[in-house]
Design a protein around this ligand. Structure first.
Ligand code: ZN
Length: 314
């Protein structure tokens, strides 16, 4: 049987999996990124994890390739890291594709972590029936990917789709990642929700309670009014950004994934209402807002799927 090895490199954890052509995970391993230990230990971990996947492979299994998705901006022509911010300190410039191919003599494909989620959704998930869609991943940060005419939109080197750094308020706070003001990532990501929560509580709070995004969302779902105000801001900000993406790309669908979106239909329905109110009728009618289908394994499955679909320099 033919396998691809998928590697999903995030700020907190690295996922490894042996994936078959149908997108099923046959074998998996998880490591902590420990990003602060620096890029060399990260390279060592990635190589060790791939080594482990190869040696655990069932006899008769053939490895078609190694697919990697990494946080940061990836130069899709060379498979190296064009820019990685605070999430992976020192990772900028790492020639991931070359290091992996030199070690294993197996073709390697490297792309941005949200681009590979878009690959998973296109091949196996919510994007299967669409040629034109936008993916938004609401995690610790806010990531994006754009598929147009069935292909990932790359831009000059592969940096296209950094949707988290579209501003929804030029008077907003300064974004530490890009330098702009009021980036949507500052409102509608895990850290953004926690920031708004701390801001709204600081006025009346007696205890030094700093709720995280999960706690705020839970309180919102239970009808707690302060959390309701926070989530109202989050949803209006995100609705405004998504309306902008719809007007820019005229997509058939906007697919929402990541931890924050796993809140379920309440979040998606509220977002849909905010988007509808801000989008011109014909565009809005042509576009569906859908939850990601592949779920938390989308990154590692999409990373592996690059070996057969959409991979760089194939
Ligand atoms: Zn920014």
């Amino acid at each position: 049987m033919e396998f691809a090895i998928g590697v999903d490199i995030g700020g907190t954890k690295i996922q490894f999996a042996a994936v078959n052509r149908e997108g099923a995970i046959m074998e998996r391993q998880l490591m902590l990124t420990e990003a602060l230990l620096g890029p060399q230990q990260l390279v060592d971990k990635v190589l060790a994890g791939i080594e482990g996947m190869i040696s655990n492979l069932t006899p008769g299994g053939r490895i078609a390739g190694i697919g990697i998705g990494s946080a940061g901006q990836i130069d899709f022509r060379t498979g190296s890291v064009a820019f990685a911010g605070e999430t992976l300190p020192g990772w900028t410039g790492t020639p991931i594709k070359r290091l992996v191919e030199e070690r294993f003599h197996i073709p390697a494909y490297v792309d941005n972590d949200v681009n590979v989620i878009a690959v998973a959704e296109k091949v196996f998930g919510a994007g299967r029936e669409f040629e034109s869609f936008v993916v938004i991943a609401l995690g610790t940060g806010l990531g994006g990917a754009i598929v147009e005419s069935g292909q990932l939109v790359r831009g000059a080197f592969g940096g296209a789709g950094e949707l988290g750094h579209v501003s929804v308020d030029f008077n907003g706070p300064r974004c530490p990642s890009c330098g702009n003001y009021g980036c949507i990532e500052l409102y509608a990501s895990g850290t953004g929700i926690a920031r708004l929560g701390a801001e709204s509580l600081s006025a009346g709070a007696t205890a030094a309670w700093k709720p995280n995004s999960r706690e705020i969302i839970e309180a919102w779902l239970q009808g707690e009014p302060l959390a309701g105000d926070v989530m109202d801001r989050v949803i209006r900000a995100l609705g405004s950004a998504v309306a902008g993406f719809i007007h820019t790309f005229n997509p058939e669908a906007v697919i929402i994934g990541g931890g924050v979106s796993e809140t379920g239909p309440v979040f998606l329905d509220a977002l849909n209402e905010a988007v509808q109110a801000r989008t011109s009728a014909a565009m809005s009618k042509a576009c569906r807002l859908l939850p990601a289908y592949v779920g938390t394994d989308a990154g590692v499955i999409g990373a592996a799927a690059q070996v057969w679909h959409y991979g760089n320099n194939r």
